[in-house]
Design a protein around this ligand. Sequence first.
Ligand SMILES: NC(=O)c1ccc[n+]([C@@H]2O[C@H](COP(=O)([O-])OP(=O)(O)OC[C@H]3O[C@@H](n4cnc5c(N)ncnc54)[C@H](OP(=O)(O)O)[C@@H]3O)[C@@H](O)[C@H]2O)c1
Length: 250
Amino acid sequence: MSVQNGSSRLSRVLLLGGTSEIGLAILSALRLEPGTEVILAGRDAQRLEAAGKALNRPVTVARYDALDTGTHQAFADEICAGGVPDLVIAATGVLIPEEQAERDVRLAATMIETNFTGHVTALLAFGSRMRERGSGTIVVLSSVAAIRPRKFNAVYGATKAALDAFARGYADALHGTGVRVLLVRPGFVTGRMTAGMAPAPLATTPEAVGAAVAAALRGSKSVVWIPSSLAGLATAMRLVPRPVWRKLKR
Ligand SMILES: NC(=O)c1ccc[n+]([C@@H]2O[C@H](COP(=O)([O-])OP(=O)(O)OC[C@H]3O[C@@H](n4cnc5c(N)ncnc54)[C@H](OP(=O)(O)O)[C@@H]3O)[C@@H](O)[C@H]2O)c1
């Protein structure tokens, strides 16, 4: 059952990017019942097992590579054979520094495929099974970077803008089917992905993202900003004239 009305029980939850700090913080904040099956999907079984231990509950681990898009339908079919997940959290992602992506275009392709293409293929596969059943929730990790890419993150920002657009369109495609898409737009989140970077204004934590997503899942919002004040800043960001935007130092 989906959590879209805030009251239903979750039998099966799948985290794509099973070691993601934000994804794991969402799982913790959901305070899942002992009977809920949690599947952590990712590239490295050892890291996934360690993530399961940190969650302090039994988990199932599954091999999933976001780059291997040709296997995503079969992956979804295999997971769904044991029961269509009630909740899929799409948290895979990489943040490759812009200068590296510009120097080595294969890295740019890796970032695009991980942050965008792989989400589309996996979520379409799970979404169609949820639609057949008539229930389910998909959580998509977009970013404030989707709102207006900067010269410092042209490729990363583009991947997030594309994912954000897909999530909004797919949410509309699923409207009325019993399947909900929750679009999550955090700002700068301190953690592994941003290690070594100076925190941006309104920086937040994986725990704060987890709490905000759990609260949003109990309600009926389609988009959640973290922190919520970022929504206003994003509106202002859109209005900055381009010659000024271009000159910003970060
Ligand atoms: N941190 C931020 O400031 C921030 C802000 C806004 C949005 N977000 C988004 O939130 C999501 C989660 O970020 P996070 O902070 O939790 O980062 P994280 O801890 O680095 O997690 C990223 C996850 O993606 C997985 N991954 C990377 N490439 C993969 C691949 N080819 N196949 C399968 N899994 C792959 C990693 O698995 P491995 O263990 O195998 O590396 C890890 O589980 C991302 O989409 C990110 O863009 C982050």
